[in-house]
Design a protein around this ligand. Structure first.
Ligand code: NAD
Ligand code: UGA
Length: 478
């Protein structure tokens, strides 16, 4: 069959990387394209085993609506495997959806993306693919990475007798964790960047199975790569903007909820992403902004770099000032005090703890000597151990006054504590029995609402002291 005609007839998709993006995205594609076999591959055998777990409550990623889709399509036309070689060989389209964290050492350390996983995936594709393959960048990447991938794909010397050709597309993912399935089913837009019109059309046809054509945007490769970084930077900048104003509210007697509402009602500004909190977390905002900063510096656009870097600095400052406020309210001393941390994921409706503000706040409280009692409805004690235990290793030669414990019952996690810190906006925290909580705590007892989700009047009625981000009530005298 003519190679170009065959391209339009996609029967096999492979996705390299079975993470928070690869798993849910491929599950939705498999659900919407029942005639296509979708295989998600990963080098992490444990992760693949979890995706294949017959107990759908033990999938490695928690997302509302995900387990129902996996239940429908797994082992029908969706497969999770560690067999990279065969999955690549038979694929018409390969999505690269591997991790792209910030480099921790070497040139660009602390800013530039570490592309070693992308490079490895590209080399695997170069070695094992056969015939024509459309290679899609799904990972978030620095601008011009498509050129790097192209050079790697075209330089393989393995199996020279097999003909291999490639089209490279950029198709960044805009899903947010906690709403991933809804975002995948009803995206604001699908962005496809590429120079090969036929390949762009082939990928568009997949999305058109459930997304209206007008939402499928096509651009050149570099615009697509850059748009992803800029989208995250704009979102994160809104969070830092409103958080900077939360401090001003506390200083002046204003109320961040009222200010955010008033500002957001201007349709030119809009009301989304104006919730003040403990700063943004998650695996991407910080790394993508730092990557943007690196890119600007690389092109000598230092003023632009400084502008975006400020978004990260405000975020770090917000987390620091919240912890300092807690220490101040508890008489400047946390030694011998117990603090309940409610929520450990970086936002509600996900089990992901990467860059969670709860980690930074918890670590600072541990430094002050506090005992932490931690509860989260979806995060495991194993994840908390990974996030906190190097703190104890680091302090092993010093006197240990601090500690943490994990609880599966929220009221047990509050018993005997001096303060509660709401670090994630889980819905169940809004409806707690504050009278019961007051009776369980040591007095004077405090509630710190870093997510601005509680009904302050109810909390205070029960006898608890209250502090909330952006709540300037202490200054509300005229
Ligand atoms: P993740 O760490 O959850 O998953 C990445 C997976 O890739 C891991 O399981 C890892 O083992 C696997 N992997 C790495 N190299 C491999 C190789 N050579 N062969 C096979 N498997 C390999 O990461 P994620 O959160 O899914 O993010 C993936 C990419 O998508 C990143 O670039 C991220 O910036 C971007 N992104 C993430 C989100 C999100 O909400 N998490 C949203 C949009 C975009
Ligand atoms: C974000 C973007 O929203 C996605 O479009 C993007 O695809 C993704 O990053 C990515 O590239 O990884 P995500 O990080 O999953 O998604 O979640 P968000 O809802 O954006 O929240 C990020 C952080 O900002 C969270 O810690 C959240 O609590 C915080 N946030 C968000 C606020 O503090 N206030 C807000 O108003 C909104």
């Amino acid at each position: 069959m003519d190679k170009k005609k065959k391209q339009l007839n996609v029967s096999n998709i492979c996705c390299i990387g079975a993470g928070y993006v690869g798993g849910p995205t491929m599950a939705v594609i498999a659900d919407k394209c029942k005639n296509i076999k979708v295989t998600v591959v990963d080098i992490d055998q444990e992760r693949i085993n979890s995706w294949n777990n017959s107990d759908l409550d033990k999938l490695p990623v928690f997302e509302p609506g995900l387990k129902e889709i996996i239940g429908r399509v797994r082992k029908k036309n969706l497969f999770f495997s560690t067999d990279l070689e065969n999955s690549i060989k038979y694929a018409d389209i390969i999505f690269i959806s591997v991790n792209t964290p910030i480099k921790t050492s070497g040139l660009g350390a602390g800013y530039a993306s570490d592309l070693k996983w992308v490079e490895k995936s590209s080399r695997q594709i170069a070695d094992f693919s056969e015939g024509h393959t459309i290679v899609v960048e799904k990972s978030t990447l620095p601008v011009r990475t498509a050129k790097v991938i192209k050079d790697i794909l075209n330089s393989s010397t393995k199996n020279p007798e097999i003909s291999k050709t490639f089209s490279i597309l950029s198709n960044p993912e805009f899903l947010a964790e906690g709403t991933a399935i809804n975002d995948l089913l009803n995206p604001d837009r699908v962005l496809i960047g590429g120079e090969d019109n036929l390949a762009v059309q082939v990928l568009s046809e997949i999305y058109k199975k459930w997304i209206p054509q007008e939402k499928i945007l096509t651009t050149n490769l570099w615009s697509s790569e850059l748009s992803k970084l800029v989208s995250n930077a704009f979102l994160a900048q809104r969070v830092s903007s409103i958080n900077s104003i939360s401090a001003l509210c506390e200083a002046t007697g204003a109320d961040i909820k009222e200010v955010s509402n008033a500002v957001g009602l201007d349709s030119r500004i809009g009301n989304k992403f104006l919730n003040s909190g403990p700063g943004f977390g998650g695996s991407c905002f910080k790394k993508d902004i730092l990557n943007l900063v690196y890119l600007c510096k690389f092109f000598n656009l230092n003023e632009v770099a400084d502008f975006w870097y400020q978004t990260v600095l405000i975020n770090e400052w917000q987390q620091k000032r919240i912890y300092e406020e807690i220490v101040r309210k508890l008489f400047g001393n946390l030694s011998g005090k117990t603090i309940s941390i409610l929520g450990f994921s970086f936002k509600a409706n996900t089990n992901d703890t990467r860059e969670s503000p709860a980690i930074k706040i918890s670590r600072n409280l541990l430094i002050e000597g506090a005992h932490l009692q931690i509860y989260d409805p979806k995060v495991s004690s194993h994840q908390i151990r990974n996030a906190l235990n190097d703190f104890f290793e680091y302090k092993q030669n010093e006197e240990k006054t601090s500690s943490w414990r994990y609880f599966i019952d929220i009221y047990e996690s509050i018993k005997g504590s001096d303060a509660i810190v709401i670090t994630t906006e889980w819905n169940e925290f809004i409806y707690l029995d504050w009278k019961k909580i007051y009776s369980l705590m040591r007095k004077p007892a405090w509630v710190f609402d870093t997510r601005v989700i509680l009904d302050k009047a109810k909390v205070k009625e029960s006898g608890l002291n209250f502090w909330g981000v952006g709540d300037g009530f202490e200054k509300r005298d005229i």
